[in-house]
Write a protein that binds this ligand. Structure first.
Ligand SMILES: *Cc1c(COP(=O)(O)O)cnc(C)c1O
Length: 384
């Protein structure tokens, strides 16, 4: 047993984040206010392309707002992947609509684009691709299908900061909205948090109203602008999804480090690729040539005929003090989704096969080179 347990994921919070949080606490303004405005402006500038960024308290909240803003409602269908976290699909149910689950492509582990077209019905309203692990989905083809059928596209980009598709940053593509996550294990974190990004002023306006009770102006404007401070209007039964300035204080500094964090993640992924290439493993799908993979997750699969099962490998690594995870237990196996939509493994052969053979290795910026080598040695030992 090694001396210390190497967790599967860990955030990297620096003194800059800590100082900004303390300054925020001392400022007297702890909920949505100037720090959130700054984080939103910085985030929009980071992506470029004339997008607007709307900070929320989770990506789940952001996905809910984005679907609401594009008009998804009762009776509608939204096509998404079974190979994702439940948040992607649950927000569709929040709106009384039905997710239509399709399989993933073995090459990308993202939504199978051919399966999307087959799943379209007169009730289909939107497509929700997930950039699995940080590898962008085949967005060119997804956007073309959406245009052809008059569908909206909301990207679950929880893994995809930063990632590109055909050379363009995820968040600036020709879709209706893109939602990023700042959950503790994501590529940048605010503890809990998310960002809705859109170039459509109507979607931005609706999301801003709905993130704070359906109030037509946000708290900052109400208290700080020259308009009468007591007056506001409720235009819809909205939600309580705003991001606090305490969280935004963390986000401002995490965002400044996003490119450096990405370089470290990419270097670790490259080292894993090199050191594991000769083992009976299927290594993670790479981005298309010239594109950026965020390397949120390093997902491997045991190859057919490997002399060790997935469960045995996870168990071996755990005994060596190394934490792993499984991304994901597909939604078609989860009791609620399985029973509600009569889903079977046979409907999702690729996702099912990946699930049975997959594990995710530790990959985060605070890993030292010795930690990476320790993971590699332990994986190699499992095959000896
Ligand atoms: C993390 C995650 C979410 C939810 O993000 P939160 O910020 O925790 O709400 C949604 N989709 C995917 C694919 C995720 O990994």
């Amino acid at each position: 047993m090694n001396s210390s347990f190497l967790p599967f994921a860990q955030p990297e919070i620096g003194e800059e984040e800590i100082a900004e949080v303390v300054a925020t606490l001392r400022s007297g303004w702890v909920t949505t206010g100037p720090k959130t405005k700054q984080f939103e402006a910085d985030f929009a500038a980071f992506l470029g392309g004339g997008v607007e960024a709307i900070a929320v308290n989770s990506a789940t909240a952001g996905l809910h707002l984005a679907l609401e803003a594009v008009g998804v409602g009762p009776g509608d269908e939204v096509i998404t992947t079974t190979h994702t976290f439940t948040a992607t699909a649950e927000v569709i149910r929040y709106l009384g609509a039905d997710p239509v689950f399709v399989d993933v492509s073995a090459e990308t582990l993202c939504i199978d684009v051919d399966a999307i077209e087959k799943a379209i019905t007169p009730r289909t309203r939107a497509i929700m691709p997930v950039h699995f692990g940080g590898r962008a989905a085949d967005m060119g083809r997804i956007i073309a299908i959406a245009r052809k059928h008059g569908l909206r596209v909301v990207e679950d980009a929880a893994h995809a900061l930063p990632a590109t598709s055909d050379g363009q940053l995820v968040g600036t593509l020709d879709t209706d909205a893109t939602v990023f996550s700042f959950y503790a294990n994501k590529t940048i974190t605010t503890g809990e948090g998310g960002m809705v990004v859109t170039r459509d002023p109507e979607i931005a306006k609706r999301a801003k109203i709905m993130r704070l009770h359906g109030i037509s102006r946000d708290a900052f404007d109400r208290f700080v602008s020259t308009a009468p401070s007591w007056y506001y209007e409720i235009v819809a039964p909205g939600f309580k999804y705003n991001m606090t300035d305490v969280a935004s204080a963390i986000g401002i500094h995490q965002l400044k480090k996003a490119n450096a964090f990405h370089q470290r993640r990419a270097a670790i992924a490259a080292r894993y690729d090199e050191a594991l290439a000769d083992l009976p493993l299927v290594l993670p799908p790479h981005a298309q040539t010239g594109d950026i993979h965020s390397w949120h997750l390093y997902v491997i699969q045991l190859a057919e005929g490997a002399p060790c099962s997935r469960d045995a490998l996870i168990d071996h690594l755990f005994k060596q003090g190394i934490g792993c995870s499984v991304h994901y237990i597909p939604l078609h196996l989860q009791p609620y989704w399985r029973d509600q939509y009569h889903l079977t493994p046979e409907m999702f052969p690729v996702s099912q096969r990946v699930y049975e053979h997959t594990l995710t290795l530790p990959l985060y910026t605070r890993m030292r080179d010795e930690d990476v080598e320790r993971v590699i040695k332990s994986v190699r030992d499992a095959f000896n």
